[in-house]
Design a protein around this ligand. Structure first.
Ligand SMILES: *Cc1c(COP(=O)(O)O)cnc(C)c1O
Length: 351
């Protein structure tokens, strides 16, 4: 008998966010800013003296402290991961038994379903309505009727760019027995985080990342924040050396340069605001073609009956954006990149 792949992996394709050469990449919600020279210099110095023959610190002690200091929380609540992607994978594997249910919403970040299926968990998806908001009452009801053991969603949401206010998230966490995994990948761009109160809940894990507002997708660094009981379990189930020494060093320098981080955040927000305003003007001129949603993130999201044609038009002009069936998601880039986006949109409508 020849060896065959099992059915949970036989149809999987390697992740390919987008292939091809593009002048402008606005498809992955990365920061358009380079890491500040002061941070780079300190990091380079440290790397030149690094003990490459030694394993990394498995507890990421200094890194968790730098992260915790930056957000004014306790380091005892923090677990570092090789990107928040790794943490999502670990959480699904460890906090769900085979066949147990995890509740997700749609549209939302596609990786949740992927890791749930690898963990042989059962994924129950609640479709968001026409307005794409998260309805907490429906989530609570579904969680109870399905006996879900976990709820996972992003807030603010990728791809819709919408946010759910802290008061509503709080209500959800308090009303369910399930573990709530709250992916705050974009919360640096909004002010409705539950980070400060994580210790009050026995069923909450908050995920954060260095890939967006912190501008360091390359180093693969994410964080899970939870009460000490959950944190102990997380640290016990992760692979011991999941965050390499260079990434730990980079993270420490990034989070210790508070001024630089906050300045970068301001720049990203102002780029987002100007892109949003320009596209909003177009949406008012062509309401039947662009339905723009409000944004709490570093990207914009709009529904359009011409989404596919627009996506192809952007591509032909060397601009990568994210196409999702009936809508487009466009990361706010540098000012000249955003001008190009607006120029292309105007050209498209003139045709
Ligand atoms: C970008 C993103 C992440 C970050 O993943 P990393 O593995 O930390 O780069 C997590 N969740 C959502 C919803 C995202 O959009």
């Amino acid at each position: 008998m020849p060896y065959t792949l099992n059915k949970k992996i036989s149809d999987l394709q390697p992740y390919d966010p987008i292939s091809g050469e593009y002048r402008i990449r606005l498809d992955a919600n990365e920061s358009f800013l380079p890491v500040p020279a002061s941070v780079k210099k300190a990091l380079m110095q440290e790397i030149s003296e690094m003990a490459f023959n030694r394993y990394p610190d498995p507890c990421c002690t200094d890194l968790c402290k730098a992260f915790a200091d930056y957000y004014s929380i306790k380091p005892e609540f923090v677990t570092a991961g090789n990107g928040s992607d790794e943490l999502i994978s670990i959480i699904m594997q460890a906090f769900l038994m085979k066949g147990e249910k995890v509740l997700t919403v749609a549209p939302d970040f596609s990786m949740y379903r992927f890791y749930a299926s690898l963990s042989e968990a059962q994924c129950v998806t609640l479709e968001k309505g026409e307005d794409l908001t998260v309805k907490v009452d429906s989530l609570i009801t579904s969680c109870i009727t399905e006996s879900a053991r976990m709820i996972i969603f992003s807030n603010p949401c990728n791809p819709t760019s919408l946010g759910l206010e802290a008061q509503e998230v709080r209500r959800l966490v308090k009303c369910v027995n399930a573990l709530v995994v709250l992916d705050e990948a974009y919360m640096d761009f909004w002010d409705q985080s539950l980070l400060q109160e994580v210790e009050q809940y026995d069923n909450l894990i908050i995920l954060r990342t260095s890939s967006k507002a912190v501008g360091s997708a390359a180093i693969r660094l994410g964080f899970a924040v939870a009460n000490p009981t959950i944190t102990r379990a997380l640290r016990a189930v992760k692979s011991p050396y999941n965050v390499n020494t260079m990434t730990q060093a980079a993270g420490i320098h990034l989070f210790s340069h508070r001024e630089e981080l906050q300045q970068a955040r301001e720049q990203l927000l102002s780029a987002r605001d100007s892109l949003y305003k320009e596209v909003q003007i177009l949406a008012q001129s062509y309401p039947e073609v662009i339905q723009l949603f409000p944004t709490c993130t570093n990207f914009i999201y709009f529904r359009s009956p011409k989404a596919k044609e627009l996506f192809e038009f952007f591509g032909e002009n060397g601009v990568a954006v994210r196409f999702m069936g009936d809508s487009l998601r466009i990361t706010a880039g540098a000012p000249e990149e955003n001008r190009e986006v607006v120029r292309l949109l105007k050209d498209f409508f003139k045709r």
